[in-house]
Every structure is written in C-alpha cells, then in structure tokens.
Design a protein around this ligand. Sequence first.
Ligand code: F6P
Length: 547
Amino acid sequence: MALATFSPLKTASWTALENHFQEIKMQSMKQMFQDDASRAEKFTIKWNDFLLDYSKNRVSEGTIELLLKLADEMHLKQAIASYFDGAIINKTEDRAVLHTALRASDDAVIKVDGKNVVPEILEVKNKIKNFTHEITAGIRKGYTGKPFTDVVNIGIGGSDLGPAMVVEALQYYQNHLKVHFVSNIDGDHVHELLKTINPETTLFVIVSKTFTTQETLTNSETIRKWFLKSASQKDVAKHFVAVSTNLKKVTDFGIDANNVFPMWDWVGGRFSLWSAVGLTISLSVGYDHFDALLKGANEMDDHFKTAEFDQNIPVILALLSIWYNNFFEAESEAIIPYTQYLQKLAPYLQQGIMESNGKSVDRNGDIVNYQTGTIIWGEPGTNSQHAFFQLIHQGTKLIPTDFIGFLKPLYGDTNHHDKLMSNFFAQTEALLNGKTEDQVRAEFTKLDYSTGRAEFLIPFKVFEGNKPTNTLLIEKLSPKRLGALVAMYEHKIFVQGVIWNIFSYDQWGVELGKQLASSILEEINSGQVKQHDSSTSNLLHYFLQNK
Ligand code: F6P
C-alpha cells in the first residue's frame, strides 16, 4: 500500500497540538516533576535491556496523546506494514525500502516483485561468512603467500560511514586485522593511508552500490596503480573485492566476478551496513558478531512493528522530535553517547537523518509549508561537555538532546565508569532544573562574596534549565545492542518522513553539485573557464593561475 499523501497540517491533531503548544510552551518541567511523583515512571519505556526515560521533555500526558493521535491520523500503522512488506514506498526511485529484510529471520518470506528475496540474502550472508573465515584464518593469502594483516574499505557516504562507525564502535571485539577507511576524493587522504600499509598483506574492499561514484573510483584507481608497482595484474584478483549492484562496472574495473558481493537496489546506501556493505565489519569482528549486529536490529524491527505506539521507542522518539521541530521550532538536535566507542555515531546518523528527511517537497510534489529534516550533531560525553555544552546550557537556542549511556563498561573499570556516568546523569539533571537566581545568591553568600560582586555575577551564573533530553540506558555495548540502537534511529527517520509527508529514501539533493563538479573538472583540465556567476569565475581563474 502506498503511503498517505496529505499534509500533517490538515489533521485535527496538528491543530490541537498548535493550541496545546500555546498552553505548554511556558511551563516548566521542574514544576511538572513536582506536580506528579510518577512522571518518570509514566514516561519510561523498558524494552529488552534498553531503558528510555523521556520524562525530561516539555510534554504532558496530553501532549503525548495528541502526538500519538497525529501518528494515527497520518496512517502510521499502515505505513509501517507497507515498509516491512516491501511496498514501493521510495516512489521517486520506484523502489521498495527493505534494509529490514537483510536482518530478517532465515525463514521469513519477503517479496519484491512477487519473488521471495530471503534466499538471495542468505546466500550473500553465507558468502560473507566463508570469506571472513578464509581471510581471518589465513586460508586466503596475498600474492606473496603471506596472510592478510590489513583491510582497506574504499567507499563514501553509506558505503563508508556505516562500516566505519560500527568497526570503531566494536573495537573491543576486533580480531588481528587492522581495518582502514578511505573515502575522501582528497588525494592526501589516500596517500597518507598508503604510507601505512604493505601491498603484500592488504586486502582492498571497494564498496559502491552504483560503482559510478567519483571518489570511490578515483581512490580505487590510485590504490590499484600503487599496488601494481610491486604486484602484477593477475594479483589484483587476490587483493581486490567489491560490493556493488553493478556487476558490469565492477568486472570492467578488473575485479574477478567471484570476488563480487552483490547488493540490491531496494537497500538505500545509508541503510546498507546490514548488507555486504558490512563486509569490513565482518572481517574486523568476525561473522558471528556481524550476525549478532543483524539480530539486534531484527529485534528492534519486531519491537517497532508490534509494540503499541505509546510503548514504541522509535515512534516516541520521532514524535518528540516533531514536537520540538515543528512546534517549538528547534533548529537542531544533539546526540551524545557516553562512550568513546560511539564517536562516529553522530556523523553516521547525519547521513541517515539529513539525507533522508532533508526534503522540502511533499509526496504530492508540492512545496511544504512546515519544517522537515532535523539538523543532527554530537560528540561523545564527556568530551562534548568541555566543548559545546555551554551553548546547550546557556545559549539562546533550544537543542533537544539524546543522552545514550551504558550500565557497564567493557573493561570493567568502575572507577572510570562511575565518574563517566555521574556526568551523564548530572548533565540531564542540570539541563532540566537549571539554577535559579536565589540558588546562585545563596552560593555567593556562603563563599563570602561582597554584595556588589555577587549581584554583578548572578545573571551570568543563572541556568534557565527546562532543556529537553531523552535518556537511553543500555546494558553494555555489544554487537547485538548496537544493531538495535542503529535500527531504532532508522525507524525514527521513517516515522518522521511518514508524518511530514515526504519521501525519505531518495537523495536528489546531492546530484546538482556532482554534475557541476564534473563540468568544472573539464574546465580545470582544459584551462578554459566557461560562463559562471562572477564569484565562481573569479575563484576558478585564481585557482588556475596559482595552483
Ligand atoms: O551522497 C550520495 C550518495 O548517493 C549516498 O546516498 C551514497 O551512500 C553515496 O553517495 C555513495 O554511493 P555509492 O555506494 O553508489 O558509491
């Protein structure tokens, strides 16, 4: 079934939310907590070993009811069914959106164009499993007979960010292989990498769904040239494998057809880490951990499909985000994991969230008259506390923030972990309660400040508070829980796209820059600058004269 195509502004609940917003916008959460002793309990969802406490949000039970009504009015239930059933919900590219099929159970039946795709998925998984074993056990060897020590993932966007984020996140579970990522067309990126690896013992995984991406092909060619300085053409087959939907272009590049790991057009790049795009993940942590990552995502899929919306983590997170984006007019959201392992989570989610929902045309092709895609940013705590938290606490902007923490550290160092987590809890408490003028004055009195000095300093030391946060507490970082966490955000993206009446699974907005870059490259190569605006012309002339 196709997704609904009417504006959320046409629903009764949207109007009700607008009215409700006028009542609630000045209310303080601190007061709400004082008024209701069971607030935290009411706004907590427990699922497996995830706990989401969303009580520190500027919402009442009435707000949540209205947001849930909005989800119903936008036919979210039917939309979820269409998403999982393989309906063509990516209409502008005429495709299903089935990254969820990649982690479905082995006996699931999921049809695309009438054909069950699960057997093909299993075949590719098996290929990943066997290949991982052959590389990690040293059965497959490099061209001089040595086992592989290094793996280089060559890809960009969804063909880089997902694997890079997961490999970093699961560093604790890594085997002996050193995994590197090269993505940028900036030659300095690849040349720095080449200084650190040995051609005899390095495996190159070229990941490109289309196999037409300039960055990936240029980096692959540079690397192949470098490789051929010490190896011969026939050795390419031993050292280069590819993940792509474009078998022809891959084999034209010189890669053996047996070394191609297929993917499908119903898997979007930014949702592809569950496919063979995750080959580097499997190589890095072993197939069983890769499989556990998929299982965790599958469990979150089941939760999303079956839990009532008021107990459904991705649904609640999406609705809260809409509440701030469309009613409070918040400009951005922060994601702060309290683990260094998740340092690449925010950049990864930036593509997932902003490439998906950064759209200004609705599902009818009309310009929307409301805000869509949220701006995402973040860094791990506690580093971020010492970088940009000042602005979250005392700046002029409202920045709803997700705090992600773990009950247990991986190395069991409770000294560090307790300090880390005390910061985690302290930040959300400070953001909620702030600090009043009276509290600041009392502190100064205790410290024996002169009245003049104290009164001067008070305004600078007051914290307004009332800053919304979600707290997600997870047992311990593991492949399975990471899979569930990533799937949680994927479904949040889906829910928001459904409600905003936009197509979340295309990315036409990245095309124009690519087209212009290719014609400008011709101008740079020929030295002939064509007609541009005067700024671009001047800059190009300056570049050509001084490069
Ligand atoms: O940046 C646009 C984009 O198409 C992303 O959606 C995608 O993840 C990336 O380029 C890489 O594409 P490919 O895997 O085809 O090289």
